[in-house]
Design a protein around this ligand. Structure first.
Ligand code: ADP
Length: 171
């Protein structure tokens, strides 16, 4: 399948998506927070926090997997994005690692359809128009390595992120 057929964009709430795995923009404690993390924990139910507690946290750029509990998604892949600090502190490389490591973990558990939020572009302050090209390049390159993955969906909650992805995917 060509790459462009494997990447889609939607605007909305990632917790409602009927995909094999959704990715959570978590913090390094993995114990829940605001934004998309809070929404995922609310929708999955308290069992998610219980499982996350057993994982012992996660460094920025890495990923961990849990069940999805009450979510339509079977798995949640928790990844920790970089906190934006001007852009000269390896933020793009760390952000790319989030996407790469999340897809590797998805492939490892057998997930074929995966949805990503726009990692780090909320509380962590990464400018959306700079994060989108990093996310897209990392996903495109990881898809070349993981033939088992059929579909990656970028889920944008806000219009600015949605427009940034739409422009990139059209170009
Ligand atoms: P981070 O700490 O990595 O910045 P946030 O959750 O604060 O994480 O924001 C990451 C992105 O997730 C933001 O672009 C925000 O608009 C978006 N977001 C918030 N809630 C949801 C949701 N329910 N579904 C999809 N994306 C969401």
């Amino acid at each position: 399948m060509p790459d462009h057929a494997r990447i889609t964009l939607v605007r909305g709430d990632i917790t409602t998506l009927e995909v094999d795995a959704i990715v959570n923009a978590a913090n390094s404690s993995l114990l829940g927070g605001g934004g998309v993390d809070g929404a995922i924990h609310r929708a999955a139910g308290p069992e998610l926090r219980e499982q996350c507690r057993t994982l012992g946290g996660c460094p920025a750029g890495e990923a961990r997997v849990t069940s999805g509990y009450r979510l339509p998604a079977r798995w949640v892949i928790h990844t920790v994005g970089p906190i934006w600090d001007g852009g000269d502190h390896d933020e793009p490389a760390t952000l790319a690692s989030c996407y790469r490591n999340s897809l590797a973990l998805a492939a490892q558990v057998g997930a074929k359809t995966i949805a990503f939020p726009s990692i780090s572009t909320g509380v962590y302050g990464y400018p959306g128009h700079l994060a989108a090209p990093v996310a897209l390049a990392a996903v495109r390159s990881a898809l070349e390595e993981h033939a088992s993955i059929q579909q990656v969906t970028f889920v944008c909650f806000d219009n600015a992120n949605f427009q940034a992805y739409r422009a990139l995917l059209a170009g």
